[in-house]
Design a binder for this molecule. Structure first.
Ligand code: ADP
Length: 320
């Protein structure tokens, strides 16, 4: 193998740059050439492809987003779109591909491999951590830290005003950001899509903790479980407590990657190059029990991430 390519696709996540840097530098270290494909599969179709060198990835390890940019592309989902990609694979002499993205991007990589036999290795890059067969995805730790920072700030003002604050966080399918940030931020209640919530119970908890002298409460809601605004209205109706809702939105996606995400991305990027060099194909680099490991990509796409309900129970016990 002489020349590989790398792209970022789907939603951006902090740490993607650290992963690109690792892929580029590790490949060059082993004497490979690396092409950078811009805007995910869009750039692949449109031949927006450039050679990368050691300097192309200078000064990016600490930056959020992705220097290669990312996109969603409907045309790539068709055989005709992928045929255009194949022309560019041949034109640029690409012999292996590293895809950094979420499970949609992985399915795209599998489709490309099925039709044109291009070896593909995927890295999980998404703040949601909604990818199976890996404990962490690149960007999740940073997103959780951003939410915890917001909870800290909101808690300061909440305690001065005796209010109930509802914080809506990202997570359509999985409540992992809500669960981890809620536990780390000491939230009184956490609402996630994986577990049915009982508004009556949440309200009686609020009333009990108010009677016990607590001046304020924080409730973290994953967007996929309920609307923060609706939860706020219901609590106000049932308890009479003043409620304030904060929707954190895109600030969870940005920011400098945490040290953990930079290290994870560096290890995963390096592993991806090793796998391509050793002739591996259709693998995702996962992180389990402190190790980066190669996992069958189809298996990853066919399984749903499970949430640790013990952690959910623990958060409930500790917030008494
Ligand atoms: P993510 O990778 O974050 O899950 P998307 O689901 O939007 O993001 O997928 C990113 C891109 O991957 C899509 O815009 C499309 O080009 C490609 N893709 C997604 N699903 C498929 C599929 N089933 N077959 C081929 N390509 C796909």
């Amino acid at each position: 193998m002489q020349r590989i390519a790398v792209l970022t696709s789907g939603g951006d996540a902090p740490g993607m740059n650290a992963a690109i840097r690792a892929v580029v530098r590790k490949a060059i270290y082993h004497g490979l050439e690396v092409m950078g494909i811009k805007r995910g599969y869009s750039g692949f179709i449109e031949a927006d492809i450039e050679p990368m060198n050691l300097r192309s990835v200078t000064d990016i390890i600490h930056r959020g987003g992705t220097i290669l940019h990312t996109a969603r592309n409907e045309q790539f989902k068709t055989g005709q779109g992928r045929a255009m990609v194949w022309e560019n694979i041949e034109r640029f002499g690409i012999q292996g591909l590293v895809v950094i993205g979420g499970d949609g991007s992985f399915k795209g990589a599998l489709a490309l491999n099925a039709e044109y036999h291009l070896p593909v290795i995927c890295l999980p890059g998404t703040i949601d951590n909604d990818i199976s067969e890996t404990d962490y995805t690149i960007g999740f730790d940073t997103a959780v830290n951003s939410v915890v920072e917001a909870i800290n700030k909101i808690r300061d003002t909440a305690s001065s005003h005796e209010r109930t604050f509802i914080i809506e966080v990202m997570g359509r399918e999985t409540g992992l950001i809500a669960l981890h940030s809620g536990l780390a931020g000491g939230a009184e209640s956490i609402i996630i899509p994986e577990y049915p919530y009982d508004i009556e119970k949440i309200c009686s908890r609020l009333i009990r903790s108010y009677r016990q002298g607590s001046s304020h409460s924080i409730i973290v809601v994953a967007e996929g479980a309920a609307s923060g605004v609706e939860i706020g209205k219901e609590i106000k109706q049932r308890t009479g407590f003043d409620t304030k809702v904060t929707i954190l939105g895109h600030l969870q996606r940005g920011g400098n990657p945490s040290a953990f995400d930079r290290i994870l991305a560096s290890m995963m990027g390096s592993k991806a190059v090793e796998l391509l060099m050793s002739g591996e194909n259709k693998k995702m680099v996962g992180y389990t029990d402190g190790q980066v490991v190669a996992i069958d990509l189809e298996q990853v796409c066919n399984r749903k991430k499970k949430i640790d309900l013990n952690m959910y129970t623990l958060a409930g016990i500790l917030s008494m």
